[in-house]
Structures are given as C-alpha cells and as structure tokens.
Design a protein. Structure first.
Lengths: 117, 325
C-alpha cells in the first residue's frame, strides 16, 4: 500500500493507494508514513476511503498516529470510513476519541478555510 | 461479567456509566501508579492511550470479523477492557480540551486585565498630570452637573468664588453663576472676603452631551476692568481739561477788557465817588476771576484731577463756606 499526502494550506490530507485493508501487513508503513507528516501541519486528515477492512494492528496504527499528533499539538481527524471500518471504531469506542467525518475532501476544504479566516 | 461490562460488549445503545478509575485499574490489572504518575489531565490521557494501544497489541489480528463485529470468546473480555479504556480516554480528551480552552480563556483574560491595568495606570497618571496643571493655573475651572452641583473645582475656582478648601464636593454652584447662561459668557461682579469688588469673566460650555455636565471657566478680570475704568476716567478728565482750557481762554479776553476799563475809571479824578467805588469793586472781582482763570490754566497745563478738586475746594460756589456775593 502506498501513502499519499497532499497539503492545502495548513492541512495535510493523507490517503492510501493500492490496498483495501489497514492490517498487520500495512499498519507499520502507514504508521511510519503518517508520522513523517506530523512535523508542521496544524491539521491531519486521514482519508480511509477505499479501506474496507481494519484489524487490531490497523487500529493500533491509528491510535499511535493520534497520540503522536496530540503530543505535537496537531489535530487528527478520520474521514471516509467504510461502514465496516466505522462499525469497528464504534464497537471499541474509538469514535469517541477520534473525530470521524464522512467526506475527506469536504473536511480538508473546511479546515483550510477556517484556518485562513 | 458485570451487567455493565455486558452492555459495553454488545455495543448496545444507551450510555454506559463511566467506571470508577480505581475499579477499572483493579479489574484490568493496571497499577494505581498509572494514575499517580499522571499529574494532569493531558498526561493521564496519554497514559490511558498508551494502555489502550498496548492492549490492542494483545488482541489477535482477527479480533474483529470481516463485517466489523466483535468475535465472542476469550478475546471479548479484552475488547471490553479496550472499550472501557476508550470511554475513559474520550472523557479525558473532553476534559483536556475543556481545560485547554479554560487555560486559553484565562490567559486571554489575564492579558486583558494587564492591558486594563496599564490603561488605568495611564489614565490615573494623566489625571494627576491634569490635576497638577489645573492646580497651578490662575484661571478657575469647574465641572458642574446638570443640576448645578459642583463635581470638580480647581484651587483657583475655589479662591475666586470664595469657597473654603474644606467644603466637600457636591457643593452647589454659587448663585453668581446664575446670571451666566448655559453655553454663554458674561462678566459678573463679586465682593471678595475683604469686601473688594472683583470682576469675573465666566464661560459655561457643555462638557459631555450625554451627561449634560458643564465646564465653567472663571477668570479674574478685575485689573483689566480697573484699567479700562481708569482709562475712561482719564479720557473724561482730558475732555474736561480741554473744555476748561477753551473756557479759560474765552473768559480771559473779555475779562481783560473789563479789568482794564475798571482800572481806567479808578484813576479818573472827576468821577462820581459811587462810580469810582463801583469801579473798584469791579476791578477786585475781575481780579479774582482772573486769578481763578490763571489757576484753571495751571490745572489744564498740569492735567491733574487733584488740582481741579483742590481748586474747587479753594473756591467754593456762592453761598457755601468762603463764598462771596
């Protein structure tokens, strides 16, 4: 799986290509790639569009990204979660810790406008 | 398994009571030191997330089935613990956010207070500076309420209006100001404590249209008034002296003729004795008039009112003391 990042103002949009699972195979690279993006931006949007399956390792990667981002004063938001992924997040109550949005592009635009103002 | 835990496991709708943190630690073998090491909400949240992450690693990869549902069995207890930690972390996250917001508000409030204090200090300094200036000037400045009560008055205002220093404020403005219209200027006369008349120039202007407070300016123009009056007096005196000069000249000519004729009659030997006597009386009276004219001419020359008054004292009108018919 490849990790792509795109910057819009002070917002980094992180998305995944080449895979539909955030699991023990892809989790380490996702975690490492995301952590590289946590240096400067004020907002990180993790776009889960296309990810249809997540296991405990994948969840662990998301939690790790959240923890590191928080320590650096960043805000981490999830967006575009597949119903299966959203169900897992809800079961283990991570939706109470993460902000989960429906549309990643709309979220990026909204955050960029808010920052400009 | 407690009913509370069962509710958490199947994801049933409805709020789950937040477990006591000490009980949570006891049930899931997390030392109390986790709590004791946490000195603030943010730190505690970090540690709860760390524990959450650690417990995730204890779960098998297939803990969540392909449809996103939990797998029952031994792993369900671990998932329940995970849920509890997530719930606790969510609450701590909210508290941390609230604490951050409070801290930012507090910092903003402190900054506002510092600015306010600075502004108040600056305003007080300006006020003291203004008070010093107002205390040093000779012109009186007062602030009056719409009802005519004195709100502020400088030293000069109190002195000019004869108000003692120990009179408290909310003192009613002196009645002498009643003759000065609002937004107007006027001169008023006032006797000071020693009975000396003073002339004060008073101006009244609106200080604040919202409150209708007035500022009153009072200046002692007595000296100027006296100077003006003195100038008027001297101008009148100059006119009087000028008139005296003209009169004396006009009187002198016929008087000289009269005196001459009388003296000629007096030296004639063949005149009736009564005529000679009358000529002598005419000559004496004419001589007196001539003397008076000479003294008046001297007064005109010297230009002194005292000389005129002295002259009048020396030659009172007919019928008064010293007068002759």
């Amino acid at each position: 799986m490849r990790i792509l990042s795109r910057r819009t103002g002070n917002v980094v949009h992180l998305c995944f290509e080449g895979g539909d699972a955030l699991d023990s195979v892809s989790a380490p690279s996702v975690k490492a790639g995301a952590l590289e993006c946590l240096a400067e931006p004020a907002h990180l949007v993790v776009d889960l569009t296309g990810i249809e399956f997540v296991d405990s390792a994948g969840i662990g990667a998301l939690v790790s990204i959240f923890k590191t981002g928080r320590a650096r004063g960043l805000t981490i938001r999830l967006a575009g979660a597949h119903p299966n992924v959203r169900a897992v997040l809800e079961i283990i109550k991570l939706d109470q810790i993460f902000e989960v949005h429906d549309d990643a592009e709309a979220l990026v635009r909204e955050l960029a406008v808010t920052d400009r103002n | 398994m407690s009913e509370r835990n069962a509710n958490a496991t199947d994801g049933a709708a409805g709020p789950t009571a937040m477990p006591d943190l000490a009980e949570l630690c006891r049930l899931h073998d997390v030392g109390i030191d986790l709590i004791e090491r946490s000195h603030d909400v943010d730190d505690l949240l970090d540690k709860v997330l760390e524990e959450y992450e650690r417990r995730l690693t204890e779960l098998p990869a297939d803990a969540f089935d392909s449809r996103g549902g939990a797998v029952p069995g031994p792993v369900s207890g671990k998932i329940r613990a995970l849920v509890m930690f997530a719930t606790q972390a969510a609450a701590l996250k909210a508290r941390a956010a609230s604490a951050t917001e409070m801290r930012l508000k507090s910092e903003r409030l402190e900054e506002m207070n510092r600015r306010l204090e600075s502004a108040l200090t600056e305003a007080e300094t300006s006020r003291l500076r203004l008070d010093t200036v107002l205390s040093s000037i000779d012109a009186g400045v007062m602030i009056l309420s719409p009802e005519g009560r004195v709100l502020r008055a400088n030293r000069a205002a109190r002195e000019l209006l004869g108000v003692p220093e120990d009179v408290t404020l909310a003192w009613t403005a002196p009645a002498v100001l009643d003759s000065v219209p609002r937004e107007g200027d006027a001169e008023v006369r006032l006797d000071d404590a020693s009975g000396t008349a003073r002339t004060l120039a008073v101006s009244r202007r609106t200080l604040d249209p919202a409150t209708r407070d007035e500022v009153v300016h009072v200046a002692d123009v007595s000296r100027r008034t006296r100077e003006i009056e003195e100038r008027h007096r001297l101008e009148k005196l100059a006119e009087v002296l000028k008139t005296l000069g003209v009169l004396s000249h006009k009187i002198n000519n016929p008087l000289t003729s009269l005196l001459g004729r009388a003296q000629i009659l007096m030296v004639k030997k063949d005149l009736d004795p009564q005529v000679t006597k009358a000529a002598a009386v005419i000559s004496e009276s004419a001589g007196r008039i001539a003397e008076l004219i000479r003294e008046l001419a001297l007064v005109v020359k010297e230009g002194r009112q005292e000389a005129v008054e002295k002259l009048l004292e020396m030659h009172p009108a007919s019928g008064e003391e010293g007068g002759r018919s």
